[in-house]
Ligand binder design. Structure first.
Ligand code: PLP
Length: 375
């Protein structure tokens, strides 16, 4: 058997006719930039996330950059974030001109540890940028409280977490001031190329975002702001609108798969060898990734490779130790929880179409590797 890490072809086969029809609609229309499909998707994503406004943009990375730009964050400012995330999070802060300030993570959730934030807030801090990593919301309530006390913004990196809910039933992307989403093909709602969205309940911020994504023009050829080309195109929008109709079903399947892994690992007594992700009962974790923590991680990775089992490592090097952030002056040991996670984390296949026999094959392989007997 082979178990791919993800398989977008199976998903496509199931919705091919809907997708082809949607492509035809845009082709017949021949309007490719900022037309009815983008507006429709913006309305639908806003409704889905419970936000007042949604602004379609060119990628998740650009969503983050635009969110920072819309708040006027730049040179001389500091933005607090996690080092245990994809480069785009802190990369966008640096590209805005601001300085990323890293705060270590909580070991169970992999998301920024709110207890460590207060100490890093200075008079230059303009925003806190938590990441809802792997599909689970960061612990937002203490972050909101801190942000309110210091009158700074909360920008959520919800790239991996569309549809996730925190313990108060609030949806990822709508808990802070601005929410940033990615439609990269392997995200839970993935396009046929790049795309992203910024959500907010603040309509004046939304107007700024609408202008910024299109060269800062709110009226054609009149540029009150310096923006850029950060547009989402009609083809991506129409395909995403088709896929959005299926998102909840796919998410449900991801959760079922996570629960099945959990049961299988426990049946075999492997939960003492492998640290399983929590299955929070009063939250909605949307499992963009199913990440376990293991010893001998790199050896396990080679073993899984030999068994034809797809997997990946998120993230092998935390951002405070990346060469591009050397100028920030961090060193090894500064973020111990992230550094340890970077050595232990391993993502197993969790995509919606993954079958039970495939999951059993994965669990069998881990059992063989760790030499545990069935209990
Ligand atoms: C994917 C991702 C991004 C960037 O999204 P793109 O659409 O690839 O630009 C940002 N942050 C996180 C946490 C991501 O996983």
């Amino acid at each position: 058997m082979r178990v791919p890490f993800f398989d977008l072809k199976v998903q496509y086969a199931a919705i091919k006719s809907e997708i082809r029809r949607a492509i035809d609609e845009v082709c017949d229309n021949q309007q490719f930039i900022l037309g009815p499909q983008v507006h429709r998707l913006e309305d639908e994503i806003a409704r889905y996330c419970g936000a007042r406004c949604a602004v379609g943009v060119s990628s998740g990375t650009d969503a983050l950059l635009l969110a920072l730009m819309a708040l006027g964050i730049g040179s001389g400012d500091e933005v607090i974030t996690t080092p245990y995330t994809f480069i785009a999070t802190a990369g966008s802060i640096a590209r805005s001109g601001a300085r990323p300030v890293f705060v270590d993570i909580d070991p169970a959730r992999f998301t920024i540890d709110p207890k460590l934030i207060a100490d890093r807030i200075t008079e230059r801090t303009r925003a806190i940028l938590p990441v809802h990593l792997f599909g689970r919301c960061a612990e937002m309530e203490p972050i909101r409280t801190l942000a309110a006390q210091h009158q700074i913004a909360v920008i959520e990196d919800a790239a991996q977490a569309i549809g996730a809910e925190d313990e108060f039933g609030r949806m990822a992307g709508c808990i802070g001031l601005l929410g940033c989403f990615s439609f990269y093909p392997t995200k839970n709602l993935g396009g046929f190329g790049d795309g992203g969205m910024v959500t907010t309940n603040d309509s004046s911020l939304a107007s700024t975002l609408f202008a910024l994504r299109n060269h800062g023009a709110s009226t054609k050829y009149l540029h009150s702001l310096l923006g850029g080309n950060f547009r989402l195109d009609e083809l991506q929008a129409v395909l995403l609108a088709v896929k959005l109709q299926h998102l909840d079903q796919w998410t449900k399947q991801r959760i079922i798969n996570a629960e099945r892994y959990d049961a299988l690992f426990r049946e075999r007594g492997l939960e003492c060898r492998i640290r399983l992700p929590e299955l929070p009962r009063n939250e909605r974790h949307v499992f963009n990734q199913y990440v376990v923590r293991v010893s001998r991680r790199d050896e396990l990775s080679r073993f899984l490779e030999s068994r034809g089992i797809g997997h990946d490592i998120y993230y092998p090097r935390p951002l405070h130790l990346q060469v591009c952030f050397e100028y920030l002056g961090y060193k090894e040991g500064d973020m111990p929880v992230s550094e340890r996670a970077a050595k232990e984390a391993l993502a197993l296949p969790i995509y919606p179409e993954l079958t039970q026999p495939m999951q059993e094959y994965v669990v069998d392989a881990l059992q063989t590797f760790y030499g545990e007997r069935s209990s």
